[in-house]
Write a protein that binds this ligand. Structure first.
Ligand code: ATP
Length: 443
């Protein structure tokens, strides 16, 4: 399978209602995107899958949801006000603005404008946090920030979760939510946004066991991507160098995907954040954020392993990796081989034609399936075209109602990947589809 041409791919995302430019009728806004009817389904499926594997199926992780705007002291303590910044340079000729470390260094050890080759200004640090004000007065005292990561919500609630759930180490706190970064150069479609969603989990462990847990989480998270069908050859694990480590990190490993527009780039980071955040919040808030270890009778500040990923980047990865163009009987078909669990629409209900005799049974089948699966009813144009349309949005199964249905009360199920068809009595349709879609779930 080849990776898609980015232009074709972006146009498919728009044409089929996965992703739209934010406020498009006004010319859009750089780094902001909207998700259409299919996009929101895929996004919700990604979130549900992550939550299931990180919270529901584990006995050591609980979830929370915290506010986007927090007391600004949080960002002083976490170091974000002081250090969450990227170097920025302007081109003296064409005036374009760049994130300095994104520009390649030439063989003379210099950076020139990637657009026009012009000379760049020296790098200035630019803090990526969006600022706003709480209350009616816009002065220094009312400045607040939109969170640039969800993680701090877990750290400041460490004590609340510990006392309300009586957890023992090791345990984790997970959260899904929006984050905001005023990126200097947003781009590559939804890869780098200014508003995006993150799925993060802070896993608190005994100091000394952190390195071992870090290795386990790297492996677990890599396997999550494989289990969703992302091809191994397009994934790799990359260690951060000392120079690029975040201020809180002892060791960070990125899971990277080989994007057609950028080569290997980060899709998830797994960091050993040590006891940095808890210690800083203890210091700034004047609290003791510790854990009482019954075995040794001592108070300890746990270390933290953090798998952190962005949903939008995950969305992009899953769509690109599942995209295929194939020749079928001399015709081109585009198919998204999305994992069943992720497919926005699970079953398409397709009467062979708009013949009025086929409408009642087709509606009956649709009514039967709708409570169980995300379905779509489509009777416009030829059946072949409709199969292609469903292939293009990754629908795993099509159910066709034809004239034989009127005789035998059976329908045809067509498989997206093999394109094989099988005949099934309507009475068995729900359990048969359930079995095909997810054999692990009870009927
Ligand atoms: P980069 O080096 O690409 O700026 P980062 O190392 O700052 O990213 P992290 O702070 O590790 O990113 O964020 C964790 C995850 O959140 C990333 O793996 C990515 O999936 C997602 N993410 C971060 N920034 C953005 C963004 N601007 N747009 C979309 N997703 C993002």
């Amino acid at each position: 399978m080849t990776q898609p041409n980015m232009e074709t791919f972006v146009s498919l995302c728009k044409r089929r209602g996965f992703v739209f430019q934010s406020s498009e009728i006004y010319g859009g806004l750089g780094g902001f995107w909207d998700y259409g009817p299919l996009g929101v389904e895929l996004k919700n499926n990604i979130k549900r899958n992550w939550w299931r594997s990180m919270v529901q199926l584990r006995d050591d992780v609980v979830g929370i949801e915290t506010s986007i705007i927090m007391n600004p002291r949080v960002w002083e303590a976490s170091g974000h006000i002081a250090t969450f910044a990227d170097p920025m340079s302007d081109c003296k000729d064409c005036k374009r603005r760049w994130r300095t470390d994104d520009i390649a260094i030439n063989d003379k050890g210099e950076r020139h404008c990637p657009e026009c080759g012009g000379e760049l200004t020296g790098a200035r640090m630019f803090n990526l946090m969006f600022k706003t004000f709480v209350g009616p007065v816009e002065d220094e005292a009312s400045v607040v920030y939109l969170r640039p990561e969800t993680a701090q919500g877990m750290f400041v609630n460490f004590e609340n979760v510990l006392t309300t759930t009586r957890r023992k180490l090791p345990f984790g706190i997970a959260q899904i939510g929006r984050s905001f970064r005023n990126e200097i150069t947003p781009g590559n479609f939804i890869f780098r946004d200014r508003e995006f969603e993150q799925m993060e989990m802070e896993y608190f462990v005994m100091p000394g066991t952190d390195e071992e847990w870090h290795d386990r989480w790297i492996e677990d998270r890599f396997n999550w991507w494989l289990a969703l069908g992302v091809r191994n050859q397009n994934l790799r694990i990359r260690e951060h160098t000392k120079e690029e480590l975040s201020h809180y990190s002892k060791r960070t490993v990125d899971i990277e995907y080989d994007f057609p527009f950028a080569g290997f780039a980060e899709i998830e980071g797994i960091a050993n954040r040590t006891d940095f955040d808890l210690k800083k919040h203890a210091e700034f808030a004047g609290r003791t954020l510790q854990y009482f270890d019954e075995a040794t009778g001592q108070q300890v500040v746990p270390y933290v392993i953090e798998p952190a990923m962005g949903i939008d980047r995950c969305f992009l990865t899953l769509l690109i990796d599942s995209y295929a163009e194939e020749e079928v009987r001399g015709e081109k078909r585009t198919v998204l081989r999305l994992h069943h669990d992720l497919a926005p629409i699970k079953v398409a209900v397709l009467p062979l034609s708009r013949n009025e005799q086929l409408v009642p049974p087709a509606r009956r089948v649709w009514d039967l399936l709708r409570p169980h699966f995300m379905t779509q009813y489509d009777d416009a144009q030829s059946i072949g075209r409709r199969y292609r349309r469903q292939d293009e949005i990754g629908t795993p199964y099509g159910v066709t109602i034809d004239f034989e249905t009127l005789e035998d009360d059976a329908v045809t199920i067509r498989d997206r990947d093999s394109m094989e068809q099988s005949r099934v009595p309507i009475a068995n349709l729900v359990p048969v589809l359930r079995e095909k879609l997810d054999p692990s779930l009870p009927a």
